[in-house]
Design a protein around this ligand. Structure first.
Ligand code: BGC
Length: 427
């Protein structure tokens, strides 16, 4: 399997999940609430903030040519309107380090975490967020744009609606709470502890009010209203305009979390409605984007009563997703029917102990990408999630998605065979 000249093969991370000590962010605040839904705080995470040189070098040595990472809004603008030059300089060094190692940086501006001040103003349901995000995007681009070819504005812009759908299902299933909480977790592409969240709800309201000034803070990874969903799209468009007005040649896109939605007989209308919610209804807001970031981890099955669990006997990952790497090819083909521009797989991966299963996952997923390219679909890159085992949000450090293991007591990096394997595709 040979990929076209210039095809990007790399790995992805997000600032909060790897850097450590993201103290001005909403996540940090939530992790430290007395009744938190997080199994553990992010702490110094993988200390990537200080060890990025080693991490980027390991990637390059294995042959990877692309690194997708996020810059952290809460570091860059810790107080409203006050930008921290030293943090921009940090990210300038990270980008320089990528370049020195022959790695193309793909920078994400917002990967789930926001500054606390933004949430105090109403967060991702507040009109003012559109302008706040535009200003932040303009600042980052003004400072770093000269070194960049690719910017993702917002990671998994559709996450809020997916969570709203799950919250609805969850309420309906509330009587069998414990069991259904577990299966709901496996149907969203982000580490969530629904059971713990339910238990904590009554205490959390007061604690939230103290930190965020409201019992229901509108953080990014939260159930979103249809108006909030639109607001996220407008924030994307505002950021895109800001970037383009400074550096028109930078390729700008958004990323979406997409499942391979498969209908068994009688489940067609459910699968169609879910695809519209997950993807199609966003298309008008993505017009003129240079690329779309495709993020996929598994498939979802629908029957006549709605969503079904993974088939009996299916291999499940640590996240309780079905191990099903073919989902990526199916999703790319469906996305291409609606979005005719370039596609970049900005995330795809599996959380498993057994690295030979990760190698198999990558092989099968890349085969799917290759099939799509052979059929003329413009897929320009593949970023595995994740470069290293990291902080999987509410689930803490228990999920091992990484190509590199991290011993957090020493912060020693232990590259896995899958890192070398992924890198072999550029050789
Ligand atoms: C997110 C990552 C997350 C990964 C695995 C994606 O939803 O962008 O932040 O760690 O999936 O759950």
């Amino acid at each position: 399997m040979i990929f076209p000249e210039g095809f990007m093969i790399g790995a992805a991370t997000a600032a909060h999940q790897v850097e450590g000590n993201n103290i001005h962010s909403d996540y940090w605040a939530q992790e430290h609430m007395p009744h938190t839904s997080f199994t553990e705080p992010s702490g110094n995470a993988c200390d990537h903030y200080n060890r990025y040189e080693e991490d980027i070098r390991l990637m390059a040595e294995a042959g990877l040519n692309t690194y997708r990472f996020s810059v952290e809004w809460a570091r860059i603008e810790p107080e409203e309107g006050k930008f921290d030059e030293t943090e921009i300089e940090h990210y300038r060094r990270v980008i320089d380090c990528c370049k020195a190692n022959g790695i193309e940086p793909i920078v994400t501006l917002m990967h789930f975490t926001s500054p606390v001040w933004l949430i105090r103003k109403g967060g991702w349901e507040a009109e003012s967020t559109v302008e706040d995000f535009r200003r932040y995007a303009a600042y980052v681009t003004e400072k770093l744009g000269a070194q960049l070819h690719y910017i993702c504005t917002i990671n998994e812009a559709n996450m809020g609606l997916q969570l709203a759908a799950i919250a609805k299902r969850f309420r309906l299933m509330a009587e069998q709470a414990a069991k259904s909480a577990k299966s709901a977790e496996g149907s969203v592409q982000v580490g969530m502890n629904f059971e713990k969240m339910m238990e904590n709800m009554k205490f959390a309201a007061a604690e939230n009010a103290e930190i965020f000034g409201t019992p229901q803070p509108q953080v990014f990874v939260n159930s979103r209203t249809p108006e909030g969903d639109l607001l996220v799209m407008r924030a994307h468009q505002a950021a895109k305009e800001a970037i383009k007005s400074l550096y028109p040649e930078i390729k700008v896109g958004i990323t979406l979390s997409m499942h391979d939605l498969q209908a068994l007989e009688g489940g067609e209308s459910f699968a169609e409605a879910a695809w519209d919610e997950e993807f199609t209804h966003y298309l008008p807001y993505l017009e003129g984007d240079d690329f779309l970031g495709v993020q996929n981890y598994t498939r979802t099955l629908y029957g006549p009563e709605g969503q079904l669990p993974a088939p009996e006997g299916a291999e499940l990952t640590q996240m309780d997703y079905e191990f099903y790497p073919e989902a990526l090819e199916h999703v790319i083909r469906k996305v291409h029917e609606g979005f005719r521009g370039d596609l970049i797989v900005t995330e795809n991966g599996t959380a498993m102990d057994d690295d030979t299963r990760r190698v198999a996952f990558i092989r099968r997923a890349l085969q799917g990408v290759h099939n799509c390219i052979e059929d003329g679909i413009p897929v320009k890159g593949y970023c595995y999630w994740s470069l290293m085992d990291n902080f999987e949000w509410q689930k803490g450090f228990s999920m091992t998605f990484g190509l590199i293991a991290v011993d957090r007591s020493t912060q020693k990096r232990i590259p896995k065979e899958s890192l070398r394997y992924l890198g072999s595709y550029t050789k």
